[in-house]
Design a protein around this ligand. Sequence first.
Ligand SMILES: Nc1ncnc2c1ncn2[C@@H]1O[C@H](COP(=O)(O)OP(=O)(O)OP(=O)(O)O)[C@@H](O)[C@H]1O
Ligand SMILES: [Mg+2]
Length: 261
Amino acid sequence: MGEGIISAVSNYKGGTGKTTISVNLSAAISIKKKKVLLIDGDPQSDSTRALLPPGVQIDKNLYHILSSDDSIDPSDYIYKTIHPNLYILPNITETSGLEIPLAQQFPKSNTFLRNSIRNYAKDKFDFTFIDCPPTLSIFVNNNLYASDILIVPMDAGSGNSLEGIKGVLDLMQAIREDGYDLRLLKIVINRVDRRKGAHKVNILEAKERFGDSNVFKTTIPTSSHIQTNEAIRSSTLFTYAPTSKGAQAVRNLSKEFIGYF
Ligand SMILES: Nc1ncnc2c1ncn2[C@@H]1O[C@H](COP(=O)(O)OP(=O)(O)OP(=O)(O)O)[C@@H](O)[C@H]1O
Ligand SMILES: [Mg+2]
């Protein structure tokens, strides 16, 4: 069960760990011999920089998929990464310029990504993840309309990231009312430092507000390896610091995640 499931990793607030979790959770699952696709649904292209091997040209990328709803061959848009069973549909910063043209084609443009890639991804990959930008944009709409479930990273140190959770759950509800079967898998609490009182308060508040059962049991600690890894192109926690506590936490998260399917 669970074959082909597509998960959007989303929170409207910036810097909550969407890219960290998209990249490293998908790497951890691929290491367990599952075939995984990461769609870089954020024009900032942070996942693309982390996962593409050095020197690879990405002539076909998300820009072209979102530029029109013409039918495409998805396999042309999918590239190998630095991990053997993990593939990426890359993005480029120029995609940010598509916001207005896509808005002009709203609401048809909500499903451009879904129409071009969803059937292929579900057929060819065990799991697909979509890294979302920290915006209320047509890009997030495309990512959520293409997905089955939502994973929402929350920064334990930021009360504001709770508002970002509410925002994405409201959008999920609107998409469900539009007739699409999108559901919350769980919130993942990131950057946890148990010594900090504010973290305990934010974690408790998240559980009270969104329900204990809607939060992953596994949390991701504040980790200097995660922090430094971000600046290094073509690397994940599993190539850079596989024995670090950050990597171990993501491995645990991958076990918990797979256990839900
Ligand atoms: N558990 C952690 N410990 C230490 N640093 C972290 C942790 N999680 C994320 N970071 C750092 O916080 C910053 C933001 O993380 P990340 O890029 O994953 O967030 P994001 O939600 O994708 O951001 P954006 O909203 O810009 O897309 C990065 O520098 C990252 O290395
Ligand atoms: Mg990001």
